[in-house]
Design a protein around this ligand. Structure first.
Ligand SMILES: C[S@@+](CC[C@H](N)C(=O)[O-])C[C@H]1O[C@@H](n2cnc3c(N)ncnc32)[C@H](O)[C@@H]1O
Length: 341
């Protein structure tokens, strides 16, 4: 008898199956943190005293957004990768409002609840045209729909770039460049390297909000894929990986166990002490950011750095001398190699 075909798995199910099948290091991609509860927990993280990133990013944007009209005149759209609630974007849209023509705001995010709060937050400043998709897919959709010759400002705030594997960043950025045109600008936020104890605490707050955010991904696997994870048997673990220059978040299994996942019709074995790797947050230097710009067809215009918490917003211009053909590699899904926040 031919084998009975398993029903087509959702992308969440197939990514989870692949990530948990590894003998060496189990993982779940960080993009799956952001269901409705995960998005609310992330917003709570941004309010934690230990998580200085968001406040630093906000301070930089509040101080420097008013300089944007010097560089980008009369944009047709401000598009944003991984917009989240869009709270930080307000100062950018306000700064660009004094331009002769209206522009649209296009948030691109996998979380429909984030897009909903974003539309509510910013609807008074621009016509909001959300795209619920992965970064690359969403940007490609936006590029195809784009009309006219007015420039675009693309945002990638909050150091989400740090969620990509370092070796994948140049290819990811070249893919972004291929969706833009000469005269467009890219504003990219990046958390900078700082002392290790400050970085560890930012991802391991004593209140336990980040632990809840991390554990919620197993809760989501339970809710959406019919798994039987007992969340009390996994513990939030944060590591600084010096060789890779990144904070890693893991979920550590507290005892040998087997967990059934209905959507996969599989039972996964976990050993005591082994971890599920859920997120990487790479930390950068401004020199590294300038190198990434050059390597991916952008010209670095300026780096705005917060004085209190080392965090940079890098403003890049699309370099007219670089070919615009979309590299074939862009079709590859790089978000699999992202383990984010
Ligand atoms: C850490 S939050 C950052 C939100 C906001 N940009 C900020 O700086 O506060 C990351 C956002 O990106 C979205 N996201 C994560 N991975 C994504 C992916 N691969 N494609 C599209 N959106 C993604 C999440 O849903 C979430 O809203």
């Amino acid at each position: 008898m031919p084998p009975i075909a398993k029903p087509q798995l959702s992308r969440f199910a197939s990514d989870t199956a692949r990530g948990l099948a590894s003998e060496k290091q189990k993982s779940i991609p960080s993009r799956y943190f952001y269901d409705e509860l995960g998005s609310v927990l992330f917003e709570a993280i941004t309010l934690l005293p230990e998580y200085g990133l968001t406040r630093a990013d906000e301070r930089v944007l509040q101080t420097h957004s008013r300089e944007l009209p010097k560089f980008i005149q009369d944009p047709i759209a401000v598009a944003e990768l991984g917009s989240g609630s869009g709270r930080k974007t307000r100062s950018i849209l306000e700064a660009l409002r004094a331009q002769p023509n209206d522009f649209s705001y296009v948030p691109i995010d996998v979380s429909s609840s984030a897009l909903a709060s974003c539309s509510k937050e910013l609807g008074d400043l621009a016509s909001v045209e959300p795209i619920c998709a992965d970064w690359q897919e969403g940007l490609a959709q936006f590029a195809e729909l784009r009309r006219g010759s007015r420039p675009v400002l693309l945002l990638f705030l909050g150091s989400s770039i740090g969620n990509l594997e370092r070796k994948c960043i140049p290819e990811f950025l070249r893919g972004i460049r291929a969706c833009l045109r000469p005269g467009d600008f890219f504003l990219i936020g990046a958390d900078l390297v700082k002392d290790v104890s400050t970085m560890l605490l930012a991802y391991d707050d004593p209140t336990g909000v980040t632990a809840a955010f991390n554990l919620n991904v197993l809760g989501r696997v339970n809710r959406e894929l019919g798994a039987e994870f007992d969340l009390r048997t996994f513990a939030h673990e944060v590591r600084w990986n010096q060789a890779e220059g990144r904070i890693e978040m893991h979920l550590k299994c507290c005892g040998d166990q087997h967990v059934y996942i209905a959507a996969l019709d599989e039972t996964i074995a976990f050993r005591a002490g082994e971890t599920i790797w859920t997120e990487s947050s790479h930390k950068f230097t401004t020199v590294e950011l300038d190198d990434y710009a050059r390597a991916s067809g952008f010209a670095s215009v300026t780096n705005w750095v917060d004085a209190e918490w080392p965090f940079a917003e890098a403003l890049w211009r699309v370099d007219a001398t670089t070919a615009t053909a979309r590299p074939r590699s862009q079709r590859k899904d790089l978000s699999r190699s992202s383990t984010t926040r």
